[in-house]
Design a protein around this ligand. Sequence first.
Ligand SMILES: *Cc1c(COP(=O)(O)O)cnc(C)c1O
Length: 447
Amino acid sequence: MTDHRRSIPRTDVLLADPRLGEARLRLGTERVKGMIIAAQRRAREGEITPGEIMTAVLAALPASAAGLRPVINATGVLLHTNLGRAPLSAAARQAMELAAGVTDIEFDLATGSRGRRGRTALAALAAAVPEAEGVHVVNNNAAALILAATALASGREVVISRGELIEIGDGFRLPELLVSTGARLREVGTTNRSVTRDYAAAIGPETGMVLKVHPSNYQVRGFTSAVPVTELAVLCRERGVPLVADAGSGLLRPEPLLPEEPDVTTWLRQGADLVTTSGDKLLGGPQSGLLFGRADLVERLRRHPLARALRVDKTTLAALEATVGGPDTPTREALHADPAALRGRAEKLAARLCDRGIDATAVDSLGVVGGGGAPEVSLRSAAVALDEGLAAPLRRGEPPVLGRVERGRCLLDLRAVPEADDERLLEAVIGVAESAGERPRSAPTGG
Ligand SMILES: *Cc1c(COP(=O)(O)O)cnc(C)c1O
């Protein structure tokens, strides 16, 4: 024991090892030092030999200074809220990296004076939605609604249909959010039916705004009626009250695959004064809330003191600009993936797994949009079906792979997996299956 202890290298000597140079830059010297001290303790307790200290430190080094781990989303859910909704495009990631440094985010290099914050991102959004006179960006769609309700209806009334008082998820309830701004809700109609005269009767001198909400995550069927934006717009214009419409999903234009999802352009054309939406759902960008619409209203919101508290970070603005003006997003690619191509990938993966003696079959599957959008839409997809017992080890593996357990099988749905990740997925499954001790079904050929 004493010998052991005497032969443990000193912390500063270990820290100076060139093999740790890169890790010190990436993680910080203090963090690496802490890992050395932990490994020295293990050696002192006889768990490892002094000679194994450096190997132990190198093996324990995390891939990044942040605790987040990159996950392969094989759930078949395109926008998985617990996995951070939309993955960003390479263009958006690159733009964020650039924006993270010192930039002219709020500075005009030509004149040497203060410039409009994020003007190039705002210009890209305006170009993407020419129908909008004004554009503003906040933290998320909830913030967009808070800002609109505060600036337009605090101390006054928000007229809204009872059929649109929705909960988005994780306890986020739209009515509670609206009331928190000091606005009063003036509910109209019933859960299943609202008609124009319900709104007409409710609008009065106390009305700050009329709010139309797309109930993204559920549908009411049967004896139902909701007033379309076109009709509400006529009424609101007659009465001189702003019509704010929450489209939710982030589509800027109609998406033929999702005919029930509203989009910003159509609602503006139909006469909505302001349309709000999320940036990290079907738009495929960073977490943000987008407001499009009448120039005077956007300006009023932008100048409200609350706007400062809801404003987005420079990296968000950069990612948004690269998302709307750049190449197709991973979300769009996943949404438009051809089911036959997905099936082909699943078959290839399953065959390669079988070659390694792992029980795997390609099966048809159904994916969904997720993120509280298009609840009725199933996306034809394909999956690799594995032994159910692999689901948990795959989740705990490196990289973690999240599948879906269905009828006693673990399905790895390829709809939300970019094709470029197929090799990583394959290696992850092989690693987990082989260490889980799956017996080859046929004897190794030895050749
Ligand atoms: C998702 C959604 C929200 C909330 O958006 P966040 O960007 O998550 O704040 C609000 N309204 C609708 C209709 C939605 O679909």
